[in-house]
Design a protein around this ligand. Structure first.
Ligand code: F6R
Length: 609
């Protein structure tokens, strides 16, 4: 999730741009850069790493000018490096572009541009836009029209800030599926991907809507829709603090990230599904390779490992291939049996977890093909794996993982489906139905998130419990591991996840009157058995909260406490059912007075053993 800023006015731009970028630091970044119009020419300075490095470079290379754009980058296409940092220039150097989002058809556009003689300086999708705009400006003499014609050729998401030496009196801005705002100053104006960047200067902003574009001059702002019609926009006056604005109006980053899951799911799925087929060629997972896989090994830690548990169940069920899964800290020390024919998957949000990295190195040393599923481009795990599948969740700031888990689960689902298709272990109709349903999940996730009152009520009813149990069967059991971890780490309520059928083999001794048991009820094939397990604990005085389909009547007679999700295919249920579990953990933490963003004793990235 990159950060964009832009300034046009009477003051020197560089200082203001750096200030704006500083206020977008919370979005997470790995490099940054600025472009300024200086005496009719564009000058660019960029640096990999912290903003401080850019500041140092700018202290050595003085840029003067009162119009500029800046960017903090969270790498997607191409590793964090000076070259891949934004702004990107067009071939002639007349256009500078900053971009947030993912241009999905960039490879095809890039090939076309190369054929027309354009030379690329970076590996980014953004540079494609700079050259493409230059090409369009050869025939289109109005910058707004040229930007409109160019964005029409893009598939995917973008928020864009554009400077052009032929139009030095304006900044062009455009957005689709990535946020962009315009700050209104006195004799100056700003663009930014988020409100905190402009809050020290103005509280008056325009919030650009999907498909809208703006010409931002020092003394006025013109807004247009995709058809080129002028839009009359209301000024929005911000009355939040900087702190609240950073969190997009949410009370905590964790809540914001839970609510971002629809978008994160879409970004992860969309580039990999084309015309009804799954394309994982980015990780060199060819049909031939997948057809030949005899065994899959999954290794990870914590939440990433619990996503792996869902992956295991899906791969075994759909592909009829044995899957071994282990936490990385155990795996690396148990002299595991590995074959060069194994497909070895490591899952890691940060891409830096020490145990996961050690497991990866061990597997590579034993000749396995290692594919990393990670969220951080250029991370050590991404670099050392044979190939990478990125989850496009965007930076996760809260310590407790939420959107990373759902996107990891979706990535593993794509692998399972693709492998099943290659191996011929799934019927065509079933494959198509699952793929279609997979693409409906983001919308269903948003449906769950549109009404959280019931979760809040349940958390208010149960937050004072000191012990809880999460039970489920099959995929529900895999999910119960994550639901229980989420609760523990932020609310400090002790909880245990149990395979529901295993409860009576000992742990049921702990069930006493009033104890809460959370039952995950999405797996139709074992639901009758699970209901028997629910009755077992009810008989012993437990209170039961279920997480299951809204249209499933059967749980109603068992308990009044139910968290509902929209109906989906049972195989895809974990990615939805985890959402009420995350919210339940979050609201329990709030009720208990804890800060869910910074749980005690925990760090976001565990780079020690
Ligand atoms: C829990 C959580 C941790 C991480 C684990 C692995 O919410 O975030 O359990 O999942 O430390 O981290 P990554 O995925 O960065 O390897």
């Amino acid at each position: 999730m990159c950060g964009i800023v832009g300034y046009i006015g009477r003051e020197e731009a560089v200082g203001l741009l750096l200030e704006g970028l500083k206020r977008l630091e919370y979005r997470g970044y790995d490099s940054s850069g600025v472009a300024v119009l200086e005496e009719g020419k564009l000058r660019v300075v960029k640096a990999r790493g912290k903003l401080e490095r850019l500041r140092e470079k700018l202290a050595q290379t003085k840029l003067t000018g009162t119009t500029g754009i800046g960017h903090t980058r969270w790498a997607t296409h191409g590793e964090p490096s000076d070259e891949n940092s934004h702004p990107h220039l067009s071939q002639s150097g007349e256009i500078a572009v900053v971009h947030n989002g993912i241009i999905e058809n960039y490879a095809a556009l890039r090939d076309k541009l190369i054929a027309r003689g354009y030379r690329f300086q970076s590996e980014t999708d953004t540079e494609v836009f700079a050259h493409l705009l230059e090409e369009t400006l050869k025939t289109e003499h109005d910058l707004l029209g040229a930007v409109r014609a160019t964005v029409r050729q893009l598939e995917g998401a973008y928020a864009l800030g554009v400077l052009c030496t032929r139009f030095p009196d304006r900044i062009l801005a455009a957005r689709k599926d990535s946020p962009l705002i315009i700050g209104l100053g006195e004799g100056c104006n700003y663009i930014a991907s988020d409100i905190p960047a402009v809050l020290p200067y103005t509280r008056r902003v325009y919030l650009l809507k999907e498909g809208e574009m703006a010409q931002v001059f020092a003394d006025r702002v013109e807004i247009y829709d995709m058809e080129g019609e002028k839009v009359d926009k209301e000024v929005f006056t911000v009355n939040w603090s900087v702190d609240a604005a950073e969190k997009g109006g949410y009370a905590h980053f964790m809540l914001k990230e839970i609510h971002e899951q629809g978008r994160a799911m879409r970004d992860t799925l969309r580039p990999r599904i084309r015309e009804g087929e799954i394309d994982l060629s980015e990780a060199k997972l060819t049909d031939e390779l997948l057809r030949g896989v005899a065994r899959v090994v999954i290794t990870a830690c914590g939440t990433a490992c619990y996503a792996g548990q869902v992956g295991r169940a899906l791969i075994e069920r759909l592909c009829r291939v044995p899957v071994e899964i282990d936490v990385a800290s155990e795996f690396r020390y148990r002299d595991p049996i590995l074959q060069p024919t194994d497909l070895f998957l490591v899952v890691s949000q940060s891409g830096e977890t020490a145990d996961t990295l050690a497991a990866l190195r061990l597997a590579k040393a034993r000749g396995c093909k290692v594919v990393a599923i990670t969220n951080v481009v250029g991370s050590t795990i991404a670099r050392e794996a044979d190939s990478v599948l990125y989850t496009w969740a965007g930076p996760e700031i809260a310590v407790a993982s939420t959107k990373a888990y759902t996107t990891q689960v979706l990535m593993l689902t794509l692998i399972a489906l693709k492998m099943a298709k290659c191996k011929g272990t799934i019927a065509r109709e079933r494959y198509e139905a699952l793929l279609a349903e997979l693409q409906r999940l983001p919308e269903k996730a948003e449906e769950i998130l549109s009404d959280v009152e019931n979760v809040q009520r349940c958390a208010a009813r149960f937050f004072s419990q000191e012990d809880m149990f999460f039970i489920g069967r099959g995929l529900d059991y895999a999910l119960s591991l994550e639901a229980s971890l989420k609760l523990k780490e932020i609310s400090y309520i002790h909880s245990e996840a149990m395979a529901a059928g295993e409860l009576k083999h000992g742990t049921i001794a702990l069930i006493e009157p009033g104890r809460l048991v959370v039952a995950l009820c999405t797996q139709g094939a074992t639901l009758e058995k699970l209901r028997s397990n629910i009755r077992e604990v009810l008989t012993r005085g437990a209170v039961v909260l279920t997480i299951g389909y809204a249209d499933s009547e059967a749980e109603k007679e068992l308990t009044p406490y139910r968290l509902a999700i929209p109906r989906t295919d049972d195989l895809l249920a974990p990615a939805l059912a985890v959402i009420p579990a995350q919210l339940f953990a979050y609201y329990c933490a709030i009720q208990r007075g804890y800060d869910p963003d910074k749980p005690r004793n925990l760090a976001k990235s565990v780079t020690v053993e």
